[in-house]
Ligand binder design. Structure first.
Ligand SMILES: [Zn+2]
Length: 271
């Protein structure tokens, strides 16, 4: 399942193909993914020039010179294919640029989405309305986090996964950031001191930057035809590493299941 670093890598991979380019056609090969495509999506994108690409949480943003932004989410299995030699049955959206480059959004499980919003009203796009700050942005810092967590007795892990605390963090990077910061996933959010929150913010940024760097180094594969954007293998600190040594103290990493989700942590150095 694509997490924030994969979406960031996807956006970086799409940029050279789309930025500054005119969209010659946008083909919708079915009516919906997770929800119906906007009825005017094709008309609003066809002939528009892409003036910028970006990301908000786990959504990719494609901004056009008409004041519209296409907003895509990769769901569980979505990825863009660059210049596919043929279009397959799981390629649900196909964009062709004026230069003849083709991009296909392939999503066999169809939990992804494609929407369009006015760029100047994008904060009102419903998934963004109550979203917290970007984890890699300056607004996410120890002071902001201390404010959100004050008085909260819920476990820090659950609070970090809550998109109102910080946007776009998934299970993998929350587990790894808590390990890097030496904080136990079950600790009450409101009972973590400010110095440790500062370390936690730094840890969140560090694990995301490391994963994006790993994705960036795999980007060169995508210049090949049929390249698939968005998936790469990354070395995690504790996630998926039950029974292996903790990178901080070499104690054995444990896994526990809370409300259906795995938590990987070190019982010795995370407090
Ligand atoms: Zn440890």
């Amino acid at each position: 399942m694509p997490e924030l670093p994969e979406v960031e890598t996807t956006v970086r991979g799409l940029r050279p193909v789309l930025e500054g380019r005119r969209i010659a056609s946008l083909e919708l090969r079915r009516e919906d993914l997770r929800r119906p495509f906007p009825p005017d999506l094709r008309q609003r994108m066809t002939g528009a020039r892409v003036i910028g690409l970006g990301r908000r949480a786990k959504y990719g943003l494609v901004e056009t010179d008409r004041g519209d932004t296409l907003i895509f989410h990769l769901g569980m299995s979505g990825h863009w294919r660059l210049d596919p030699s043929e279009i397959g049955k799981h390629d649900h959206v196909v964009i062709e640029t004026e230069e003849g480059r083709r991009l296909a959004l392939n999503d066999h499980r169809r939990f992804g989405s494609v929407d369009v919003a006015r760029t100047d009203e994008i904060d009102a796009y419903s998934p963004f309305v109550r979203m917290g700050p970007e984890p890699l942005g300056e607004a996410f810092d120890g002071a902001q986090l201390a404010g959100v967590l004050a008085g909260r007795s819920a476990p820090i892990k659950a609070l970090l996964l809550d998109q109102r605390t910080v946007a776009g963090l998934g299970n993998i990077y929350v587990c790894d950031a808590l390990n890097l910061a030496g904080i136990a996933p079950g600790r009450a959010g409101g009972r973590i001191g400010r110095a440790r929150l500062d370390r936690l913010v730094e840890a969140v940024k560090a694990v995301l930057h490391a994963a994006i760097a790993a994705g960036g180094s795999s980007l060169r594969d995508y210049v090949q035809p049929d390249g698939e954007l968005g998936y790469f293998s990354s070395e995690w600190r504790v996630y998926g590493r039950e029974g292996l040594p903790c990178p901080r103290c070499a104690a054995v990493i444990r896994r526990r299941v809370d409300s259906g989700r795995s938590t990987f942590y070190c019982p010795k150095c995370q407090r």
